[in-house]
Design a protein around this ligand. Structure first.
Ligand SMILES: *Cc1c(COP(=O)(O)O)cnc(C)c1O
Length: 396
């Protein structure tokens, strides 16, 4: 087996027309036809665009799918998948579902008669027990955002299949570099390409890949009918991002493991969530289905479980910037309870382990030692803040 990077680059052929080593950007709305309906495979840019097609083919190859489809955002990709359903259908979703997907399912699709229920899919037995008569999709993320829960894709897909249900995997947190859900039995894969695939925090994009050619046909129809396609410039940037996916992912995974290990030993830290730690509930499953790479994202909460403590931490880091999103070359951190997951009711958030002081870090490609030092310095800073406050309280 050649290395992943070798494979990725071999999927990207030079432009057959000109030899251009970089994929040409076809910045056009329409394509001139020789006669009505007679053209070179492209008629209108919503339906098809050559630059987008190169990206879609690349993602399909990476995911082991016959076809893939690129959308303007990850949520537009998710939206297209939900549109495969009908009124009366139900989605059985992982309980710490991405906040935007939660909002889409509960606030938009509920109006159209599509319902959602939640399950802790980290134990396949829970999935088997939760499937109902109207369940059509099992919707999982693994690892999840932001508590990095891991679901055994092979086990839950088998349960879903035995019940005539399709499994959808949001593969954003693993990337197709290390985890290939379709090979493990899933039916549909979605990505926020905004994250690892594009990898530079400079655009938003989404992709869907599916195994069954019939579903691919339906997705192609929905993509064209609803129209939230990815533009050619952004498609080009995602292609360029994917060219360095392996190098970035390795560097990010290395730093995340180092930070997670350092945090595990720190007295100010309560719990650390990272599938690469042996203490992680499903570390073995992760090691097996993720090819022993665990990604650049980790999260942790503090012994001082107040939002203020988390706020003090994220304001004290120097290299790790406070911003939503993940998977880019620059390290980012966020407080999910106030940012990415604010749309989820607090009670439900707490049940999913998203405490008020939970902090998520997405490692970039800066030096590992610099990032570890940054985290430890920020923890020292908030501890000395607490100490000062205590002294002040004593003297008040
Ligand atoms: C960011 C994200 C999305 C949504 O993608 P956008 O590109 O922001 O629309 C969906 N799922 C997961 C797991 C994400 O992290």
């Amino acid at each position: 087996m050649p290395q992943a990077s070798t494979q990725i680059l071999s999927f990207l052929k030079p432009d057959p027309l000109t030899g251009s080593i970089s994929t040409p950007i076809y910045q056009t709305a329409t394509f001139v036809q020789e006669a009505p309906g007679v053209h070179k495979g492209f008629d209108y840019a919503r339906t098809n665009n050559p630059t987008r097609l190169v990206l879609e083919t690349l993602v399909a190859e990476l995911e082991g799918a016959p076809r893939a489809f690129a959308f303007s955002t990850g949520l537009a990709a998710i939206d297209a998948v939900v549109k495969l359903l009908e009124a009366g259908d139900e989605i059985l979703a992982v309980d710490d579902l991405y906040g935007g997907a939660y909002r889409l399912f509960t606030k938009v699709y509920s109006k159209f008669g599509i319902s959602v229920r939640f399950v802790d899919s980290t134990d396949p037995a829970n999935v088997a027990a939760a499937i109902g008569p109207r369940t059509k999709f099992l919707w999982i993320e693994t690892p999840t955002n932001p508590t990095l829960k891991v679901t055994d894709i092979e086990a839950v897909s088998a349960i879903a299949q035995a019940n005539g249900i399709r499994t959808v995997v949001d593969n954003t947190f693993a990337s197709p570099l290390i985890q290939k859900p379709l090979e493990l039995g899933a039916d549909i894969v979605v990505h926020s390409a905004t994250k690892y695939l594009a990898g530079h925090s400079d655009l938003v994009a989404g992709v869907v890949a599916a195994k069954d050619p019939q579903i691919c046909e339906e997705l192609k129809f929905i993509q064209n009918a609803s129209g939230a396609v990815l533009g050619p410039q952004d498609a080009w940037l995602v292609i360029r991002g994917i060219e360095t996916l392996e190098l970035r992912f390795e560097a990010q995974s290395k730093s995340a493991l180092a930070i997670a290990t350092a945090l595990s030993e720190h007295p100010a830290v309560n719990r650390v969530h990272y599938p690469g730690l042996e203490t992680h509930k499903n570390h073995r499953v992760a090691a097996q289905q993720q090819g022993e790479q665990f990604g650049g994202v980790l999260s942790f909460d503090l012994v001082d479980d107040r939002l203020e403590a988390a706020t003090a931490f994220v304001q004290a880091t120097q290299y790790i910037h406070l911003a939503e999103s993940l998977g880019g070359v620059k390290s980012l951190c966020c407080v999910p309870s106030e940012m990415t997951h604010k749309s989820i009711p607090r009670e439900q958030r707490l049940r999913a382990g998203i405490t008020d002081s939970l902090i998520r870090i997405s490692c970039g490609i800066e030096g590992t030692q610099d990032l570890v030092a940054d985290v430890l310095r920020a923890l020292d800073r908030i501890q000395s803040n607490v100490a000062t406050q205590n002294t002040e309280a004593l003297h008040a």
